[in-house]
Design a binder for this molecule. Structure first.
Ligand SMILES: *[C@@H]1O[C@H](CO)[C@@H](O)[C@H](O)[C@H]1NC(C)=O
Ligand SMILES: *[C@@H]1O[C@H](CO)[C@@H](O)[C@H](O)[C@H]1NC(C)=O
Ligand SMILES: *[C@@H]1O[C@H](CO)[C@@H](O)[C@H](O)[C@H]1NC(C)=O
Ligand SMILES: *[C@@H]1O[C@H](CO)[C@@H](O)[C@H](O)[C@H]1NC(C)=O
Ligand SMILES: *[C@@H]1O[C@H](CO)[C@@H](O)[C@H](O)[C@H]1NC(C)=O
Length: 680
């Protein structure tokens, strides 16, 4: 999300803090002793080399993680008959003997992640089978290979959760999990698995959550874990994914296929329970599972209707609520494809190659949507509430696009090439505009509350662009040179709460903001404003960012109005006048937070434009109204100050030229620069 303050000098501000911490962190704290209660002992990071001796008899929960233990041998182990949870993660364990573990009959969970168990040359198989009540076993990051795992898991009939991520497994041979048939959660992520033999998971009839993320899988030949609810296959090399029809339903709810090499939408018949499907970061060019050519998907409207109902996958995904198709290569967005997904709530097609949305809707006579008269069938609407289309090359969205999405509440259209229409432009829009530049109508979208048009190269907004659309937040940032005339935001006076106009390089005339009754958050950072838009003074602002502008001062009267509501103000990067800081006192008196005050600076125009930190009192005196004696005092003071610097020689060479302020400078007038310098 957004940082608290915008354009400011963040790095510059942080640097001293970083240096300070580094300098201060020399004395290494001594390892803390164990924390004890009758049933719980924690010796986390206590520098232990061996198992602690004086443990309470009834301890149930023992944390020995982040120590230096190397070997657990029975001779050193006290009797811990009640122990249920033992955390030995991040030690140097190479060996654990079976007889040690046999002394822990009640152990439910044993965490051995990040040790060196692969170095054990003894028989691991004996090791864990002694754990009669074990339910959770963490063997992650131990350098284990497939054959070692197979041995360790035999006879673990109570085991439910197994962590094997971050090891060196290369293949999963058939029957590898036979010894732990009750597993419900299995994490195999971050290994080198290329090959899963048929029958590898056969024994696992109760498996519910499986992660195979971050492996090297190219294909999954037969997928028949019907009881599985969560499957994570992200970060593999899959080009195809799907399963056969028939043989009962699949219970899968969450399927993560992101970061693979899929070329088309996966074939998922009978995935009736699927709620979350992540297909981001693949190479999908088509939503049609049987086609790899995007052009084939530009079907006529009637064909689309029959196509989408016959298409097994889309039709079966009736519970899908979240679909992520971002970072693929889709050129077309056939809305009808998503229609069968009756529960679809969130759809992302961000960072694809969408250009001309209108291509999709071709009417029977081949006229297409050319004159903007195409209408969306009322019974074919989508249920989507939130849509992300940022990072495409969309030039216009036709009116029927929003008609097809009557529930739409939020849409991100950032980084496209859209131009909004004014509400006067009439209904001609999208591909149907007779003008050279097609525009998109954002007015009268019944439920739209959040709209981003960041980075669309917008230059001009037309009157009432967003009227009769109940917008709460509007992002118009990073449209360099954008002009927002007062009439553009007309219609949002009583609804808009958040407005972003960051990084637009707008000057005073380009930012005319009307009186917005409800505006709480406003970002004006990175522009060229030397005055705040006066319309703002009637908004109950809570957060205001004016950093990186040309403001010489903030208008005190506005601040007085805001002080009741204003909580945070970002202001660094403005040429504030050091001698007109009455507004700053007012803000500080009102308790407004100024997060970037420490890197804000002001300018002494009367002293060769020297800058000083805004947070401290100005080091140089400010000009007073004309008074002979004060000028003498000032002259003396300035003389001393300047001579103290390295300018003594320079001054001599130039015949004692000392810069003095013009006596008439008006300190009271706010917002007016005191510029002229006089040589005495
Ligand atoms: C662990 O310690 C026991 C007893 O001190 C010893 O017999 C055994 O060889 C050690 N094992 C390893 C792998 O160092
Ligand atoms: C899948 O695994 C990756 C890598 O561990 C993780 O970042 C991602 O959040 C997981 N996906 C889901 C849906 O949990
Ligand atoms: C899909 O996966 C990507 C990459 O792993 C992740 O950034 C994104 O948040 C996921 N999408 C959803 C909707 O969870
Ligand atoms: C525009 O749409 C109307 C109404 O469907 C149709 O009769 C007309 O032929 C179209 N005009 C053009 C120029 O395509
Ligand atoms: C101080 O800054 C102002 C405004 O940028 C400029 O016009 C003026 O020449 C500067 N004066 C000196 C002495 O540099």
């Amino acid at each position: 999300m957004r940082s608290v303050c915008g354009a400011g000098c963040l790095l510059f501000c942080l640097l001293p803090a970083i240096l300070r911490t580094q300098a201060g962190g020399e004395a290494k704290p001594r390892p803390p002793p164990c924390q004890q209660s009758p049933t719980e002992v924690s010796c986390r990071a206590a520098g232990l080399h061996s198992f602690p001796k004086d443990l309470p008899q009834g301890v149930k929960h023992l944390d020995l993680s982040h120590n230096l233990l190397q070997n657990l041998s029975e001779s050193r182990l006290p009797a811990l008959g009640q122990l249920e949870h033992l955390d030995l993660r991040s030690n140097r364990l190479e060996a654990i003997s079976g007889s040690v573990l046999a002394q822990l009959p009640r152990l439910h969970s044993l965490l051995l992640g990040s040790n060196r168990l692969h170095q054990n040359r003894q028989d691991n198989a004996v090791t864990f089978s002694a754990l009669q009540s074990i339910e959770v076993l963490d063997l992650s990051a131990n350098g284990l290979e497939s054959h070692m795992v197979r041995g360790s898991l035999s006879g673990l009939t109570t085991l439910q959760v197994l962590h094997l991520q971050g090891n060196r497994l290369r293949q999963l041979p058939a029957g590898i999990f036979q010894g732990s048939p009750r597993l419900s959660e299995l994490d195999l992520s971050n290994n080198y698995i290329m090959d899963i033999e048929e029958g590898a998971f056969e024994a696992l009839r109760e498996l519910v959550v499986l992660s195979l993320a971050l492996n090297s899988l190219h294909c999954l030949s037969s997928f028949n874990l019907r009881q599985l609810q969560v499957l994570n296959l992200s970060h593999n090399a899959l080009e195809l994914f799907g399963w056969e029809e028939g043989g009962g339903p699949y219970l899968l709810r969450v399927l993560d296929l992101s970061h693979n090499r899929l070329l088309s939408f996966p074939q998922l018949p009978a995935a009736h329970r699927l709620v979350h499907l992540n297909l981001s970061h693949n190479s999908i060019t088509s939503l049609d599972p049987s086609s790899h050519h995007p052009a084939q998907f530009a079907l006529r409207y009637e064909e689309m209707v029959s196509f989408s109902t016959s298409l097994g996958t889309a039709a079966s995904l009736a519970r899908l609520a979240e679909l992520d198709l971002s970072y693929n290569c889709l050129q077309l967005l056939p809305l009808l494809f998503f229609r069968a997904m009756h529960s679809l709530f969130t759809l992302s097609v961000a960072m694809n190659c969408l250009q001309d949305i209108t291509m999709e809707l071709l009417t029977r006579d081949g006229d297409g949507d050319r004159n903007g008269t195409a209408v969306w069938q009322e019974n074919a609407v989508l249920s989507v509430r939130s849509m992300d289309l940022h990072g495409n090359a969309i030039r216009a969205l036709p009116r029927w696009f929003f008609d097809a999405l009557p529930q739409l509440e939020a849409i991100d259209l950032g980084s496209n090439s859209l131009q909004p229409c004014g509400s006067d432009t009439g209904e001609i829009s999208g591909g149907g505009s007779p003008r050279a530049e097609p525009c998109t109508a954002f007015h009268t979208i019944p439920h739209l509350q959040h709209l981003s048009l960041r980075r669309n190269s917008l230059t001009q907004l037309l009157p009432r662009t967003f009227s009769r659309t109940p917008l709460l937040s509007l992002d118009l940032s990073e449209n360099q040179g954008l002009a927002v005339p007062r009439v553009a935001l007309e219609g949002l006076e009583h609804s808009l709460q958040q407005l972003w106009l960051r990084g637009n390089r707008m000057d005073n005339s380009g930012a005319e903001i009307p009186c917005l009754d409800e505006l709480r958050v406003l970002d004006l950072s990175g522009n060229r404003l030397s005055l705040l838009p006066t319309g703002l003074f009637c908004s109950p602002l809570q957060t205001l960012d004016v950093s990186g502008n040309q403001l010489p001062a903030l208008p005190k009267q506005a601040l007085v109005g805001w002080t009741r509501s204003l909580q945070t103000l970002c202001l660094a990067g403005n040429p504030f006048h050091c001698c007109e800081l009455g507004w700053l006192d007012a803000l500080q008196a009102a308790g407004v937070q100024l997060p970037d005050l420490h890197c804000a600076r002001c300018i002494h125009h009367s002293i060769a434009n020297r800058t000083a930190p805004l947070s401290s009192h100005p080091p140089w005196p400010c000009p007073q109204p004309w008074d002979g004696s004060s000028v003498l005092v000032l002259a003396a003071l300035l003389g001393v100050l300047l001579c103290a610097g390295c300018r003594v020689c320079w001054l001599r060479g130039h015949g004692m030229g000392i810069l003095l302020p013009q006596p008439q400078t008006d300190r009271v007038a706010e917002g007016r620069p005191a510029q002229s310098n006089t040589e005495v």
